[in-house]
Design a protein around this ligand. Structure first.
Ligand code: M6P
Ligand code: ZN
Length: 213
């Protein structure tokens, strides 16, 4: 369920399975595939160009005729209703736009509610920001699930040289709200490739206190 306009990936019909009876999927930790009951969607750079800070770098890539896949997600058809537990796998490609690592768009939930992330392969960082502007980061690696409390926007960043795959589970009626963070100018911090590894840098759209400029 999307409570924004302009994000239809979760809106299209998926007829692979109705979760009214117990079912099981086979999860491949290396590739993130969920079989046999899943549909998938892909987000390429052109689908989320504004998420990246360096707009000149975005333009250079797109004008060269390239439109790299930033991430893809696989999901079974679970109703977007209270009481259900939706889950997906997401695979973020390795790479950067300018110096900023490939990442998800990042969202709040329309109904503030928690989410659990479990790294499957690769390595990354989750950045999280509350409605009030508190910031938190956690590594996302296999064997160390990350709990995102209600009211915290969340974005996942691939800081490694291999694909980052993870599983996320959230309430069926949570919904995806992208525009709240966009209205603030995006997340207050961004993850860049630094000389000694991943480096967290304040977003150019935010002042020292994290307020939108
Ligand atoms: C995780 C979950 C999904 C989300 C996906 C991509 O798998 O949180 O709900 O859609 O990551 O994140 P986003 O939609 O913010 O780009
Ligand atoms: Zn979420």
């Amino acid at each position: 369920m999307i409570c924004d306009t302009g994000n239809s990936e979760f809106g299209h019909d998926v007829t692979v399975v109705a979760a009214s009876r117990p079912f099981q999927v086979v999860l491949d930790f290396a590739t993130g595939s969920l079989t046999p009951f899943s549909a998938s969607f892909v987000r390429s750079l052109s689908d989320m160009a504004h998420a990246f800070e360096d707009q000149e770098a975005v333009a250079r890539v797109l004008e060269s005729g390239d439109d790299p896949v930033i991430y893809r997600s696989n999901y079974p058809d679970i109703p977007d209703e209270a009481g259900h537990l939706a889950f997906l796998t997401t695979i973020i490609s390795p790479g950067t736009v300018g110096s900023e690592f490939y990442m998800t768009k990042g969202h709040h939930h329309c109904r503030d509610s928690a989410e659990l992330y479990m790294g499957l392969s690769g390595q990354g960082i989750m950045i999280m920001e509350s409605h009030g502007g508190d910031f938190s980061q956690q590594e996302l690696v296999p064997s160390a699930p990350v709990y995102v409390p209600p009211g915290w926007a969340h974005r996942t960043v691939n800081t490694g040289s291999a694909p980052l795959t993870f599983l996320a589970a959230f309430f069926g009626d949570a919904g995806h709200d992208y525009s709240s963070m966009e209205r603030k100018g995006g997340f207050s911090m961004r993850v860049h490739r630094g000389e000694d590894g991943p480096q967290l840098r304040r977003s150019a759209t935010r002042d020292e206190a994290g307020a939108p400029l």
